[in-house]
Ligand binder design. Structure first.
Ligand SMILES: Nc1nc2c(ncn2[C@@H]2O[C@H](COP(=O)(O)OP(=O)(O)OP(=O)(O)O)[C@@H](O)[C@H]2O)c(=O)[nH]1
Length: 337
């Protein structure tokens, strides 16, 4: 059985730890086996201290952001947690400046892919500061991008600190959030207080799609990290432009288990020819005529292949992108044997 992973994002001070404490109180009453992964930018662990006393292990990843400098460390920690503790749930609190897209990259490591189920990206928005943080006049463009991605990729949005927000300002925040992410359910909260059953049963795109009776293309394993409206999916399948870029924010992943060794040169060509909407490819594979397992990484049209000493991992490829043509990619992979 795979471990359910909840990703908590939101800008600094928005109310993530407050929410985490509520989730832990709820899960403790349910006897769930939970591990918390906390990420803080500095060397000092502030929030972790507040989580002592719940009786759950807290893994701290300090002095770097899991979306960039210590992404590998997060992957290693998750592997270790899953192997040694086998929890029902892992709750990850990211730093306020983490971009969820990059965190997802760390979560989709080939050795983790089948052991975890990303249940949802839950974003806590500080209603009293959102408009200021989202303004290109008052924030840096990097921060604006991060703040917007935290909203765009959320499966559920908590609009917190409404006790500190005037009614008209709150209306403006709600309007902006629905422009950025028209699909995620929005909950207005004080002290991140909301129904925890609703929070923990957050659903992701494939479930929405299935509920709408839409055909899902056949691939060995597929997961989706974002969403696109049914109309836009249809338009995309017909090769038409989707109605608005903000609706087309579906970060999707799928994995492809190799049936046997492949031809090294053809596989390398395949990686170099991946289109721009495939942001990442990574995994392990065997090449004809070579004994050792090859680890491969593809990003920004750069390909790295290196022998991997450990023979443990399965031969599998994981892809991350938006609007990927999976059938074609799988057909191209099949030509590499
Ligand atoms: N007035 C008010 N204060 C709140 C609310 N929610 C949280 N706070 C307070 O805001 C402060 C920051 O909350 P945290 O839960 O630590 O926020 P965080 O997102 O974990 O912060 P970082 O770890 O710095 O990213 C704390 O003092 C909370 O008590 C709210 O709805 N209203």
């Amino acid at each position: 059985m795979s471990t359910q992973v909840y990703l908590l994002t939101g800008y600094l001070g928005s109310g993530k730890t407050t929410l985490l404490q509520k989730m832990l109180t709820h899960l403790r009453a349910q006897d769930s086996k939970v591990v918390v992964v906390m990420n803080e930018m500095g060397e000092e662990d502030i929030d972790g201290e507040q989580l002592q006393g719940f009786g759950f292990p807290v893994k701290k990843l300090l002095d770097g952001c899991i979306c960039c400098s210590i992404r590998g460390e997060m992957t290693e920690s998750l592997k270790e947690i899953i192997t040694s503790i086998q929890p029902d749930k892992i709750l990850i609190e990211t730093t306020g400046v983490a971009d969820p897209v990059d965190v997802i990259d760390g979560l989709t490591h080939p050795e983790l892919y089948e052991s975890i189920e990303l249940k949802g990206i839950i974003t806590v928005v500080d209603a009293s500061r959102f408009s200021e943080l989202n303004s290109r006049f008052q924030s840096t463009s990097a921060l604006v991008k991060t703040i917007r991605n935290q909203v765009k990729y959320a499966d559920l949005l908590l609009v917190n600190k409404i006790d500190m927000t005037a009614d008209d300002a709150l209306e403006k925040v709600k309007r902006k959030l629905s422009e950025l992410n028209p699909h995620a359910p929005v909950h207005l909260t004080i002290q991140s207080d909301m129904d925890l059953h609703t929070l923990l049963t957050v659903t992701r795109l494939p479930d929405h799609v299935a509920a709408q009776g839409e055909a899902v293309s056949h691939v060995p394993v597929q997961k989706s990290i974002g969403r696109m409206s049914a109309v836009d999916r249809l338009k995309q399948s017909l090769g038409l432009r989707t109605s608005s870029p903000s609706l087309f924010n579906s970060i999707e992943t799928f994995s492809y288990p190799f049936a046997g060794p492949v031809d090294g040169a053809r596989f390398e060509d395949f990686l170099y020819s991946l289109p721009k909407n495939v942001y990442r490819a990574k995994g392990y594979v065997l090449f004809h005529g070579r004994e050792e397992l090859i680890s491969f990484q593809h990003t920004d049209n750069q390909v790295h292949l290196f022998p991997f000493e450990n023979h443990g991992p399965k031969m599998v490829a994981v892809f991350i992108g938006e609007g990927m043509n999976r059938d074609k990619m799988i057909a191209d992979l099949e030509k590499c044997y």
